[in-house]
Write a protein that binds this ligand. Structure first.
Ligand code: ZN
Length: 94
């Protein structure tokens, strides 16, 4: 069986889900879903280790892919990475 694939919003490559960073919107904004904790839609982006690859982030930004996926114009990479859902404090006290 072929595992299901997702399409990267930056380069359009189809990869296995676990090979891409899953971005989604939750109550804290746009975050990286590291724990695959939700089944919500969202967007997939090539990753570099455990973080989003900055180059692909830039490509996606230039293409307006975030706007398309989340109807949000400004998504900062730093904020996105800081808001990673892995082990984050849900109350954002940091
Ligand atoms: Zn990609």
């Amino acid at each position: 069986m072929t595992p299901p694939t997702r399409t990267c919003i930056a380069c359009g490559a189809k990869r296995e889900k676990r090979e891409l960073a899953h971005l989604l919107r939750n109550q804290r904004g746009i975050v990286i879903d590291m724990q695959e904790e939700t089944q919500s839609r969202g967007a997939y982006l090539c990753k570099n280790g455990e973080q989003i690859d900055e180059n692909y982030y830039q490509i996606a930004k230039q293409k307006g892919a975030f706007q398309k996926a989340f109807r949000a114009e400004k998504i900062s990479l730093q904020k996105l990475q800081a808001a990673s859902s892995a082990g984050g404090d849900p109350h954002g006290s940091r």
